[in-house]
Design a protein around this ligand. Structure first.
Ligand code: S3P
Length: 450
């Protein structure tokens, strides 16, 4: 049985705002939150996680790990995970539902692969259309069995406690695929190596080391070889999850396009494998500064100060895509206000996200009077000092499309509406409250009409 899309859509509109100002904190990084729960569940002993993102995607991973036998509970402001040790999870009695989360489903396939258990896995309408073959192909080589002859959820998979080590070159630049293989590699008898032609976010490698695994990364001929030693033992550790740069991106973009704004987002993850968006804003002439740089739980963190800036169009190289893959919709929004054209290249992965984000972004820009050209793997946005707005954007139940276009409406001549804002809860439930806290103006069209 598939879970259903929400039947009640909640449209939301954003309208021209005065200067946005203040200091804010965004919730914990989604990628690190998933990994902290997963590695804590595979560790021996107790881990305490501070700053965990309490959004639907991460909660689904927590529920899945509980169903597999780990003890995952909230204790005050922390989460406490009593792990089962590598290979120690047990047969669940229920089917695991990953909701909207590709990260949850794919990383957990790597976990399940190393256990001799049979698990039913499902997701919502969006997740059920997303490609799982990219993780199933390498995991099958290691010993995972899949009952169905397809590569989309729902699936029934059977792992093995005797996985075969693997050396695998990633055919697509995907941290999720890399992570699934490395996590499975913990259970294999020998060394498992993933080869990346283009570097992707490295949180799994960092956190595996932090939990005590033997992981090494070596660059050879421009390719990164990441090797994990199997038959691993992890021990429980305390983790502090830094703020999510992908959530902070909406606040940063809003501050950049709303005249007079000055916003500081505190405690944001600034791992270089995640900061392509901020680098691009700086190249566009944006006043974006990383302040008070520090390290937390093995990850670099800073406060990001963004002030309104007159920006110009730039060319964003394809190589940069993995370091800002979730930020293209909101970069396209910033580009709408730039002088000249912004070229974004190497966007094929954008088509297999929670929606086809290349098409959804282009359609949303067109609906709001913005000059955009969509190519098979590129987006070219022609900016202007005044942007009409006035459109209603179809979000395709995609949280980032909803947040990007609500951000747009804060600086357009007429309000911008999105057909549904409920999916924002999958990654950033505090979005509306935090944005309103710095001066954003949102209205609920249905309540207004009553
Ligand atoms: C993620 C990796 C990215 C990103 C997703 C989170 C992760 O996906 O889009 O939101 O936590 O590893 P891909 O690895 O599939 O590009």
């Amino acid at each position: 049985m598939r879970s259903q899309s929400p039947t009640v859509f909640q449209p939301l509109a954003a309208s021209k705002a005065g200067p946005l100002t203040g200091r804010v904190r965004v919730p914990g990084d989604k990628s690190i939150s998933h990994r902290a729960l997963i590695l804590a569940a595979l560790a021996s002993g107790v881990s305490r996680i501070r700053g965990l993102l309490e959004a639907a995607d991460v909660i689904n991973t927590a529920k899945a790990l509980s169903a597999l036998g780990a003890s995952v509970e909230k204790a005050g402001s922390e989460w406490r995970v009593a792990g089962c040790g590598v290979g120690g999870l047990r047969q669940p009695e229920v089917r695991l539902d990953f909701g909207n989360s590709g990260t949850g489903a794919r990383l957990m396939l790597g976990v399940i692969a190393g256990h001799g258990i049979t698990v039913g896995m499902m997701g919502d309408t969006s997740l059920s259309q997303r490609p799982m073959g990219r993780v199933l192909t390498p995991l099958k080589k290691m010993g995972l069995q899949v009952e169905e002859d397809r590569d989309t959820l729902p699936l029934t998979v059977r792992g093995s406690s005797t996985l075969v080590p693997l050396t695998y070159e990633l055919p697509v630049p995907s941290a999720q695929v890399k992570s699934a293989i490395l996590i499975a590699g913990l259970h294999a008898a020998g060394e498992t190596t993933v080869i990346e032609k283009v570097a992707t976010r490295d949180h799994t490698e960092r956190m595996l080391r932090y939990f005590g695994a033997d992981v090494r990364s070596v660059v050879q001929d421009g390719h990164t070889h990441i090797t994990v030693r199997g038959d691993a033992e992890l021990s429980g550790h305390d983790v502090t999850v830094p703020g999510d740069p992908s959530s902070a991106a909406f606040l940063a973009a809003a501050a950049l396009i709303v005249p007079g704004s000055d916003v500081t987002i505190e405690g944001v993850l600034v791992n270089p494998s995640r900061t392509g968006f901020y680098l691009t804003l700086q190249e566009m002439g944006g006043d974006v500064a990383f302040l008070n740089a520090r390290e937390e739980s093995g990850e670099p963190v800073a406060d990001i100060r963004v002030r309104f800036s007159k920006v110009k169009g730039v060319s964003v190289p394809a190589q940069r895509a993995p370091s800002m893959i979730d930020e293209y919709p909101v970069l396209a929004v910033v580009a709408a206000f730039a002088e000249g054209a912004t070229h974004m290249q190497g966007l094929s992965e954008l088509k297999v996200k929670e929606s086809d984000r290349l098409a959804a972004t282009a359609a949303g820009l067109i609906a709001n009077g913005i000059d955009v050209k969509a190519e098979p793997e590129a987006l070219i946005v022609h900016g202007s000092a005044t942007v009409p707005g006035g459109g209603t954007v179809t979000t395709h139940l995609d949280h980032r499309i909803a947040m990007a276009f609500l951000t747009l409406g804060l600086a357009t001549e007429r309000p911008v509406s999105v057909d549904d804002a409920t999916m924002i809860a999958t990654s950033f439930p505090e979005f509306r409250g935090l944005m309103e806290g710095i001066g954003a103006t949102f209205t609920d069209p249905i309540r207004q009409a009553k």
